[in-house]
Ligand binder design. Sequence first.
Ligand SMILES: NC(=O)c1ccc[n+]([C@@H]2O[C@H](COP(=O)([O-])OP(=O)(O)OC[C@H]3O[C@@H](n4cnc5c(N)ncnc54)[C@H](O)[C@@H]3O)[C@@H](O)[C@H]2O)c1
Length: 271
Amino acid sequence: MNNLLAGKRGIIFGALDENSIAWKVALKAHEQGAKFTLTNAPVALRLGEINKLAEQCGTVVIPADATLTEDLEKLITQSVEQLGGKLDFVLHSIGMSPNVRKGKAYTDLNYEWFNKTVDISAISLHKLLQTCHKLDAINDWGSVLTLSYIAGQKAFPGYGDMADAKAMLESIVRSFGLYYGNSKKVRINAISQSPTKTTAGTGIKGFGSFFEFAEKMSPLGNAPAEDCANYCITLFSDYTRFVTMQTLYHDGGFSNMGVSEAIMQVFDTEK
Ligand SMILES: NC(=O)c1ccc[n+]([C@@H]2O[C@H](COP(=O)([O-])OP(=O)(O)OC[C@H]3O[C@@H](n4cnc5c(N)ncnc54)[C@H](O)[C@@H]3O)[C@@H](O)[C@H]2O)c1
């Protein structure tokens, strides 16, 4: 299907390099006729990779630290100007935990870093939504998406304080979904994605085992980033107008499994 996003304007957060989920969403959104700006934290922009993406998508990069409301205000105002009208979609594809990155165990968290984890990975969504709401920057029936992981709902070793951030993120999706839905018919959802080989993903201790376990547990196997991007496009499109306040699993069936035959075979005592 083509031109699913024709005439739509948006902002895409979180494209760091070509493995990033946001990178793939940007390419698909461009393919489907959307106009959008790209953004990332100033420190991430120094890598310079995102400029290649901007060139491919015929757009600009506007730096913004998603934890700073003044940066968000500038980003949103400049994006509306640059794109020639209010927004129809926003992708929030942001996550980082200093505790996870520095190998701090969940039972020995540095609380200053914990605050950072939650600020970057969850509260930034609230800040983004609140700023858009105040500036009235999103058109009626607009769609905001964020990326989550099942560790926000069930316990997984090694995911550390990111699990708490994801639980909060999914709660913000519901709470802001209520207010923004009432006032402007804006819909807000989280996609809970399979383990994916990106900078954020592979930074988790034991990522390789998570990845292989989920692959063997899921009837369809792990959902690739490319397909996650396709799913995002459908959720930005007009074909999903009444979907809001949800955590939507894009995980090959993992979240509804008890145990799979492939995992049973690993523990087969009758061999
Ligand atoms: N990779 C996985 O296994 C997986 C699985 C489920 C969900 N997710 C989620 O998907 C989202 C995207 O991650 P990814 O896997 O594409 O990895 P990624 O590392 O490519 O993307 C994470 C992005 O967050 C950005 N970021 C960090 N701090 C920021 C700040 N202060 N302001 C603005 N941007 C900031 C980074 O620069 C980077 O672009 C994250 O929320 C992640 O938790 C990832």
